[in-house]
Design a protein around this ligand. Sequence first.
Ligand code: ATP
Length: 221
Amino acid sequence: MKLIKQGAEAKIYRGDFYGRPCILKERFSKSYRQPALDRSLTAQRIKAEVRALFRCRLHGISVPTVYFVDIDSSCIYMEDITDSCTVREYIVQTQKENGDSAISQLKPLAAKIGGIVGKMHGNNILHGDLTTSNMLLRGSPLDLNIVMIDFGLSYFDSLAENKGVDLYVLERALLSTHPNTEELFTTLLEAYKQANKKGAAEVISKLDEVRMRGRKRTMVG
Ligand SMILES: Nc1ncnc2c1ncn2[C@@H]1O[C@H](COP(=O)(O)OP(=O)(O)OP(=O)(O)O)[C@@H](O)[C@H]1O
């Protein structure tokens, strides 16, 4: 197994699992935490991640297949989404190559993302860390074959308020990472409404409230 990324919470390795391309996500302990609490928190995060991956799959949302979970060593072995790039990389590249016309090119992608998040929320799956780095585009980006990853902060909840916060995190991530993408977020929300017909109106009104609170916080400092 070869280390490919060392994050704040986990190390990511690439290798193989009985002949299949595999990603190993190993959560490490935090020395500032009391050891028993640390073990329990780490185990909770792993279980939350695996549960969300299974639940997504159950509802037809594309995620890596889980091959094996070892709570004792804090490891998840999962399918390596080979031949992929992150949505973040794709948007950056498209904006670099196409300037102003990039936005219209990226609209189908935004709509696809909105549809996926709407479906997740319709099934009460909250991601907790929706960013363009946590979405992979498999194969040709034009196929819009999106695979969602990094469910370490995910949870199940029916509250519109929390879904609004999930969308707000995505909006902030999109606008702060990619300039001039307000229009893309509007496209994304339209698709979200279609995919989560029953709940969308309430969630979007909560999103407005969360935005206002965010703005007030920025103004007050
Ligand atoms: N199943 C996978 N297939 C292919 N690449 C993956 C897979 N899982 C993770 N990666 C790669 O590893 C990176 C980090 O993965 P992930 O976001 O799950 O870890 P993390 O430690 O929680 O990251 P972060 O600290 O950035 O939130 C991803 O951006 C992606 O490039």
